[in-house]
Ligand binder design. Structure first.
Ligand code: FAD
Length: 483
C-alpha cells in the first residue's frame, strides 16, 4: 500500500521513554517519526502521573507545614481552597512542560504524528489520526515505513472488574482531576500512587481508609522506613486494612458500599464518597499490533527485551513501562536513550554506539508523601533473602541540626554495606526531601563506594544531605560531632 512517511526510526508513544528515545535518535542524526495518540507529548508522567501529582503534593505539604507552625506560636487562618484555581494551576504546570517538549521535538525536526499507532508489518506502522482527548478518531490513516521501531506505549491503571461504573470510583487519572473533595475516601492499594493521592485528599479534608493485600503499606520499601511514615501519618486514617482484599462494591445513594475480605476469611464493610483504585498498572503491549510484526507479547502485555532494549525481533526495540518493573519515568528515559543509541549505531555504522546497553546497577524509588520515603539498591529484607551479609549505618534525624531546626526530625537515613567487600549495596531515607537526596546514594552504589568514601566526603552543614555522610560514618565506626 501507499507509504506516507519513511524514516530511520519510528517511536510509538510520546511518554518519558518515547520522547527521550526520539530526541536522542534525532540528535544522533537519524530521521525520526514519533507517534502519540494524545494531543500533547509527555505520556502518563507529564499529563496524568509524576508531574500533576507533585503539583498537588506540593500544595498539600505547604498546607500541612503551615498547620504545624501553630505548635510554635505561628498561626494562619484555615486555608480557603479554590479547587477550580488549584486545578488550573496543575494544568498550567502540565501545559508548560508539554509545550516545552513540543518545541524540543520541532527543534530536532522530529515528525510528531497524532494518532493511534499499530504495527501492520515488520517494517510498517499504521497511524489512525485522533482528536480531542485521544479517544475520537477522524478516520484518516497514515502509514509509516521504518528501518527500526522503538515501542514505548506505556501502561494504564488496572481495573478491578467488580467495581461498578460510577463517578465516585476513580483511578489515579480520575483522582488527579480533583473533581470533588470527599469526606470519606477509600484507597484500594497501599502503594506509592495510592498513598500519594491519599496524602493530597487528606490534606484537603478527606478522612482516609486504605486496604492493601500485602502485609504492609508501600510494598517493596524497607519496613523501618514505612514504620516512621505510618506513625507520622496515622492521624489521616480511620482504618488501615492489611492482608485484605476488596471483593465487592455497590453504588448506593449514600455512597459506594465496599466489601472486604481478610486473609483469615473475615469480612468487613464500609461506605465511601470516593474510592480510588490504585492496585497497579498493566502494560499496553496487547494493543499495538505486535502480531503483525511477529513480535511476542506475554499474557500480561509485557514485551521481553535484552540489555540493549532489543525484542525477539532484532529491528524492534521496546522500553519503559511496556517492558516491566519498576514502572518509573527515570527508568524509561534511560532505556529510551539506550534503544536510540543502538539504533543509531547500527544504522550509521558506529560500533561503539551499537554496543550501548542498559547496565544501571540500581534504580531509585521514591514515594513523594509527607514524609517522603526513598530507597535504592537492596533493602535489609532483600539482602537477608539473598543471603548477603550486610552491616548498616544508621543516622537518626533527631540528631540532625537541620532536621530539628525544620521541626521535622522524625526521619532517618540508613545505608547498607556488604560485609565481604565493604561496598554500599543499598540505602533508604525517610524524611522530608528524601527523594532529592537518594540520588547521592545511587551514585555511591554505581561507583562502588565504601563507608569511608561516603563518610569522608564533606557534606555541607547544616543540611539533610549531611545525614548520608553521617550514616556512613556510623557504619565505619568513627563519628564527628557535627550535627
Ligand atoms: P507512558 O508515560 O505510559 O507513555 C506512553 C504513551 O504512549 C502515552 O502517552 C500513550 O498515550 C501512548 N500510546 C500508547 N499506545 C499507543 C498507541 N497504540 N498509539 C499511539 N500512542 C500510544 N514515575 C516516576 O518515576 N516518578 C513519579 O513520581 C511517578 N508518579 C506517578 C504518579 C501517577 C499517578 C502515575 C499513574 C504514574 C507515576 N509514575 C511515576 C510512573 C510513570 O508515569 C511511568 O513510569 C512513565 O510514564 C512510563 O513512561 P513510558 O514512556 O514507558 O510510558
Amino acid at each position: 500500500g501507499a507509504v506516507d512517511h519513511e524514516c530511520d526510526v519510528v517511536v510509538l508513544g510520546g511518554g518519558p521513554g518515547g520522547y527521550s528515545a526520539a530526541f536522542r535518535a534525532a540528535d544522533l542524526g537519524l530521521k525520526v517519526v514519533l507517534v502519540e495518540r494524545y494531543g500533547t507529548l509527555g505520556g502518563v508522567c507529564l499529563n496524568v502521573g509524576c508531574i500533576p501529582s507533585k503539583a498537588l503534593l506540593h500544595v498539600a505539604a505547604v498546607i500541612d507545614e503551615a498547620r504545624h507552625l501553630a505548635d510554635i506560636g505561628v498561626t494562619f487562618g484555615a486555608p480557603q481552597i479554590d479547587v477550580e484555581r488549584l486545578r488550573a494551576h496543575k494544568q498550567a504546570v502540565i501545559g508548560k512542560l508539554t509545550a516545552g517538549l513540543a518545541s524540543m521535538a520541532k527543534m530536532r525536526k522530529v515528525t510528531v504524528l497524532r494518532g493511534v499507532g499499530r504495527l501492520v508489518g515488520p517494517h510498517h506502522l499504521a497511524v489512525e489520526e485522533t482528536t480531542g482527548l485521544g479517544k475520537e478518531r477522524t478516520g484518516r490513516q497514515q502509514v509509516v515505513a521504518f528501518r527500526r521501531a522503538i515501542l514505548a506505549a506505556g501502561s494504564q491503571p488496572v481495573r478491578l472488574p467488580f467495581l461498578p461504573q460510577d463517578e465516585r470510583i476513580v483511578d489515579s487519572t480520575g483522582a488527579l482531576e480533583l473533581a470533588r473533595v470527599p469526606q470519606r475516601m477509600l484507597v484500594i492499594g497501599g502503594g506509592i500512587i495510592g498513598l500519594e493521592m491519599a496524602t493530597v485528599y487528606s490534606t484537603l479534608g478527606a478522612r482516609l481508609e486504605v486496604v492493601e493485600m500485602a502485609d504492609g503499606l508501600m510494598p517493596g520499601a524497607d519496613r523501618d522506613l514505612v514504620k516512621v511514615w505510618q506513625k507520622v501519618n496515622a492521624h489521616r486514617f480511620d482504618a488501615i486494612r492489611l492482608r485484605t482484599r476488596t471483593v465487592a462494591a455497590e453504588a448506593t445513594a449514600d455512597g459506594i458500599r465496599v466489601t472486604f475480605e481478610g486473609a483469615d476469611g473475615a469480612r468487613g464493610e464500609g461506605v465511601y464518597d470516593l474510592v480510588l483504585q490504585a492496585v497497579g498498572r498493566v502494560p499496553n503491549g496487547r494493543s499495538i499490533g505486535a502480531e503483525a510484526a511477529g513480535l511476542p507479547v506475554d499474557e500480561r502485555g509485557f514485551i521481553r527485551v535484552d540489555r540493549q532494549m532489543r525484542t525477539a525481533v532484532p529491528h524492534l526495540f521496546a522500553i519503559g513501562d511496556l517492558v516491566g518493573q519498576p514502572m518509573l519515568a527515570h527508568k524509561a528515559v534511560h532505556e529510551g536513550h539506550v534503544a536510540a543509541e543502538v539504533c543509531a549505531g547500527e544504522l550509521l555504522g558506529d560500533e561503539k554506539l551499537a554496543r550501548a546497553a542498559f547496565d544501571a546497577r540500581v534504580i531509585p524509588s521514591v514515594a513523594y508523601t509527607d514524609p517522603e520515603i526513598a530507597w535504592v539498591g537492596l533493602t535489609e529484607e532483600q539482602a537477608r533473602a539473598q543471603g548477603i551479609a550486610v552491616h548498616k549505618g544508621l543516622f537518626p534525624w533527631s540528631a540532625s541540626g537541620r532536621a530539628i531546626a525544620n521541626r521535622r526530625d522524625e526521619g532517618f537515613t540508613k545505608l547498607l554495606f556488604e560485609e565481604a567487600s565493604g561496598r554500599i549495596v543499598g540505602g533508604g531515607i525517610v524524611g522530608v526531601h528524601a527523594g532529592d537526596m537518594i540520588g547521592e546514594v545511587a551514585l555511591a552504589i554505581e561507583m562502588g563506594a565504601d563507608a569511608v568514601d561516603i563518610g569522608r566526603t564533606i557534606h555541607p552543614h547544616p543540611t539533610l544531605g549531611e545525614t548520608i555522610g553521617l550514616a556512613a560514618e556510623a557504619a565505619h565506626g568513627s563519628c564527628t560531632d557535627l550535627p
